[in-house]
Design a protein. Sequence first.
Length: 194
Amino acid sequence: MLATLDTLEVAGSYFWLGKVSQAQGDLATAQAYWQNAATSDPYGYYGIRSAELLNGQSPFPPVSNQNLTVNLEEERLVAGDWLKTAFSYPAEVNLDYSSELFEDTRYIRGLEYHQLGLYDLASREFESLRATYKDDALNSFRLIKEFLYLGYYQSAIELAAQFRACQAMAIFLYQRTSRPILPMSSMAPTTYPG
């Protein structure tokens, strides 16, 4: 028999034995197998799917009240507060603007290319800028907002993912030590940009 206690995939074995029994027209045996699958691994795929079959549910039932809206401005304020705390920036630091960043020729060229509809060239300029500032938390934070505004979502997502990884590490370390810690030296701030 496939479903033994030594089998690594006990729930999967019970699930498929249930499917075979169902195909043979033996619904009572199929339901018994699915019950065993649901009991043996209630949080795994085969356990969850077996419970759905027992309840007559189709796979991946639609979610009735999903809300996928995100208030980016509110989330940005929370992230900005974290950034100031984690990197010990003064409260008055401007999270939106830096003359160093926005006077960079790549940023200016990128904006010009964007306005001319030359999006591939603009993207190259912005990617070069992102690569330069990827280790600078404050300017990365500023660029995320600009890239979102202009529609360069991949660049914004890549910066946000790095920023989020840094934030997760900081939370983990804070929970271990009960004090704010700069989590990654690669995201260390440059000199205070006024």
